[in-house]
Ligand binder design. Sequence first.
Ligand SMILES: C[S@@+](CC[C@H](N)C(=O)[O-])C[C@H]1O[C@@H](n2cnc3c(N)ncnc32)[C@H](O)[C@@H]1O
Length: 734
Amino acid sequence: MLICSTASRMAPPKISKDRFDAAIRAMADIGILKETAAPVLNNLLNLFDYNWVHIEADNYLALADAIFCDSDPKEGQKRQANETNLDADQSNKKLKTKKRSQNPTSKMHGNDNREFVEAPPQQGRGTQSARTVNGKKVTRAHLELPSSQLLIKEPHTCPSIAKNTTIVENNSAVLCHGQDLQTFEVPVATTCPQVVAPSTRKDARRTSGAHHDQKHEDVYGAHERNRAVACSNQEIVSSKDSPSNIEVVLSNYGAGKLSFTYNSSLANRSDFHLPDIKLICKKMEARCLRKYKSLEPNFSFKNLIKDTCQCIVESSGPRHEGIIQTVPALDILSKPSVPQILQSNQANSSFMPPNNVMSLGGTSSSCAVAGVSQNSSNMPVVPHQLHIGANRPPHDVNDITKGEERLRIPIINEYGNGILPPPFHYIPHNTTLQEAYVNISLARIGDDNCCSDCFRDCLAQSLPCACAAETGGEFAYTTDGLLKGAFLDSCISMIREPLKHPHFYCKICPNERMKIEVNSDSSNTEMNPGPCKGHLTRKFIKECWRKCGCTRNCGNRVVQRGITRHLQVFLTPEKKGWGLRSTEKLPRGAFVCEYVGEILTNIELYDRTIQKTGKAKHTYPLLLDADWGTEGVLKDEEALCLDATFYGNVARFINHRCFDANIIGIPVEIETPDHHYYHLAFFTTRIIEPFEELTWDYGIDFDDVDHPVKAFKCHCGSEFCRDKTRRSKSRARV
Ligand SMILES: C[S@@+](CC[C@H](N)C(=O)[O-])C[C@H]1O[C@@H](n2cnc3c(N)ncnc32)[C@H](O)[C@@H]1O
């Protein structure tokens, strides 16, 4: 999948005195004199080949902009303009307000006027440099009006360098690398619909000589058929330049175009279809509103392009796993600010170290070629950095925590191949990202949520304090700092025999809301969230905290004291990548570590999953869903989860084991009495021998095909493995 951009132009219509007068009147309405407006209007008409569409759009915004830019060659002149006419911003605001009140839905398109109206000053607006366009001398202010957001680049088809289709970007433009590329072009604003019925695609392929023409005829036919519906609020400005061009203006200022190029090997698949623009737009609108809030001054069209491309990939039929990747240009692999998207069967995010030679899931056979490494299952692992702007620190093999924990946790690779885990930021405590609402406030902790009268160690008191109320009036811990047997047993039973334990059902389940987001490319635009599948009513441990009267060494403070066992991150011999183990024998009920990561909302998680893997569906962040049902409909910012992909602790290395895992995650309330946010702490379910791998049951339903995150192929080795595909394979081999 590829996007390029280039300039497009349109045929000049006739001059209209009425239209000229109307434009002058519109300027007069906002205090601009006819003498000022008329010459600029003439210039603009020249520039746009008398195409009024650009000038009249958005209540003559282009004209007003041009007038202000024109009168803004120097600061002095700007001041003068401000004094004599109206303040440019004021006038623009006036125009914008007027426009929006006329068309309240105008914000729905990511490329609407807001994109350039509110572009940040670094766009260079107002700087006056003369250029020649079509033999006409125009100022930079003019040139910037319609297309200031994009660097223009001629579309091109790159020679075949890789089997996989790739989106490659550099800082200035979106470039392409691919194989046997078919190109369709749309104007700057955003994507263009090209719907090709499978039958017509086949026809197009039948005669190779007629391939090109027939293909474009198909595309055109489909496009023509669909455009009235699909682009009802957009304008198709040109489809005549070349048989491969289809141009749909989603903003009336479109004066460049994007090229969508897809790999014909995809197109030849019977299950591939180019998605309908209506669906793409719908997805983009929702995404822009949610992600960019549409109004943000730093709205980035480049990101919009990237997202648009992603939407097309996602909407182009059943998942083309292992085929579509979005990666940065190889020459900028080491730059931290370019996100890449990987889709492969490799479950783990792999990051390239500075020397670009690292792979994950590795065995000694792992290798790296031209920045694309190969893992043991021979899937390409494109090193990718997912968190825009995050620098990726190298590891200290002697202590992956870099001193953040009380004990050092080394990285052990017994295969001598020099492979290290993917870099990430080690954090010992959860951290919020952006939207997640976590209200940590002493004021919210009432008397019944703390034991302010206690002294020193609550466990040493003759009677349990208020903090034991959560666990039925008994502390969850023994004086040895282990979980009490009965409490642990009931937690284990919940995980292993969930049907025997009570569940609650959300009125509107955040998981189901997220599925709607994921499936929003479906033709059903009025989808309602499905019924909640139910959540286990979990048992919570409640630890004493700062408002309590006890000391930091109180026996009811275990998780908050952090890791106390000697652990190692090690490369597993199975196809599970890295794992975690303890070098000491652990008793039953021992605290191992907490699952630490970024606190995200469900929606942020969805966005992130899409951004980083394009439905690669291989990440398993942790849902904090233990209390989703108790307070009516949960707001988006209250449906939380933890993602340890970029920021996390050693728990991110704990692998899954179906059913009989040797550690278990238990919710722990520490600083927040409500349970939207809580900690998830791992305790041993049995005695664990030194160097035994620590595993927990992620609770994956390997049969849930609609889950937004696709399950990996399980190599847990348990006789109770729930991954039927693997079980049946191993049975078949026997
Ligand atoms: C939380 S990470 C665990 C650490 C991971 N092994 C690593 O190298 O970073 C979860 C990922 O590990 C892999 N994994 C965990 N348990 C697995 C299992 N039983 N079988 C296969 N892969 C597993 C999957 O790729 C999964 O997405």
